[in-house]
Design a protein around this ligand. Structure first.
Ligand code: UT7
Length: 330
């Protein structure tokens, strides 16, 4: 029997508060028609200012464990993919470990921006398939409202807050993770960055006054790379696994822009009914997009045990990745 890393359940947490396009019209020079036609986004959820990521990550983890029928005490490890953790130190995964009572679990964060969830899943998969762990919680989430400049119409319309978690568990059936393909190109780092967020720039009064602690993006350039890389990495993974696009029941892409997702699906030759798009109501939650999209596909009946799923993401770094898996236990 082959030991596999199976993805057996997903849980999510979203803030209550909705920030609609109409709300943004009152804050910056924008309008609902522009935002919907250029991005597909209608509203995003945002936390009350000061609410940390762990306040979403812990309930998402708990919902995931409840659905999986697994106790927190039986988890071996927790990986949280985020760029807006509660702090640089301690890691948000450590705080979740304490909050949910995962007493025997190690815990750490992974910072890989919009590709963070795929990167964290790759790490968990390597642990579980090699016998290094039996159960790992992989959390992806961000409180993007803590780094978004709500006076910058180029970026403030795009992002929301939210978190999701999946349980990666050792199993010996047919389902499970079949492969990954990851990539990066650091030469484009400046096109999507938070300049004052680490040792390169200290949080001086000047830096904050200049807004260097906010996310900056060269949207048009990032857009072009995203379309190319997302379809390319998914195609490369199919080739590596010796599969054709008809082996994909469900494409679950990072949700940055509907106009990135549609050409990605087209280039893969997938009809849109095989593609999960939930960007209209939750926008781009960075580390949270893929688990939130998995949960929405499960809720509408498209993700069940045995569904063959391609996850694909692209974002800051640049960093990108794809994962092919068959959902559930068994
Ligand atoms: O998740 C991480 C990866 N991130 C992404 O993948 C995001 C990639 N980029 C994008 O999704 C798109 O580039 C945006 C949604 C950010 C922008 O869409 P676009 O079609 O690339 O628009 P643009 O930047 O070329 O701007 C077109 C026009 C500009 O006006 P001019 O120069 O043509 O007069 C902008 O100033 O639209 C203007 N504009 C807006 N107008 C109304 C930019 N933002 C807004 C706005 N409302 N919010």
């Amino acid at each position: 029997m082959t030991r596999r890393a199976q993805v057996v359940a997903v849980g999510t947490a979203l803030p209550e508060r909705r920030l609609t396009n109409a709300d943004l019209e009152k804050m910056v020079d924008t309008n609902d028609e522009w935002i919907v036609s250029r991005t597909g986004i209608r509203e995003r959820r945002v936390v009350e200012p000061g609410t940390p990521l762990s306040a979403l990550a812990a309930p998402a983890a708990e919902e995931c464990l409840r659905k999986a029928g697994v106790s927190a005490a039986d988890i071996d490890g927790i990986i949280c993919a985020t760029i807006t953790g509660d702090h640089v130190m301690p890691a948000t995964a450590n705080l979740v470990q304490d909050r949910i009572g995962a007493t025997k679990a190690w815990a750490y964060d992974i910072a890989n921006a919009c590709n963070g969830f795929v990167a964290a899943l790759a790490t968990a998969s390597a642990f579980v398939s090699s016998g290094g762990a039996d159960r790992i919680l992989v959390i992806g989430g961000d409180v993007m409202s803590s780094v978004v400049d709500y006076t910058d119409r180029n970026t403030c319309i795009l992002f929301g807050d939210g978190a999701g978690a999946v349980l990666v568990e050792a199993g010996e059936g047919d389902n499970g993770i079949r492969g990954f393909k990851l990539g990066s190109d650091g030469s484009f780092g400046k096109l999507l960055s938070i300049p004052c967020s680490g040792s390169a720039m200290r949080p001086s009064d000047e830096a904050v006054a200049a807004g260097a602690h906010f996310l900056k993006q060269e949207g048009r350039e990032v857009f072009q790379h995203a379309v190319r890389r997302m379809s390319q990495v998914a195609t490369q993974l199919l080739e590596k696994l010796n599969l054709k696009a008809d082996a994909i029941d469900l494409l679950v892409p990072h949700q940055a822009n509907r106009r990135i997702i549609e050409p990605t699906a087209r280039r893969l030759g997938l009809p849109m009914d095989k593609v999960v798009i939930n960007i209209a109501n939750v926008a781009n939650t960075t580390g949270g997009t893929i688990p939130l999209a998995l949960a929405s596909a499960e809720a509408d009946g498209r993700l069940t045990t045995g569904t063959r799923v391609m996850l694909v993401a692209f974002g800051g770094g640049f960093a990108w990745g794809a994962c092919y898996l068959t959902w559930g236990r068994g």
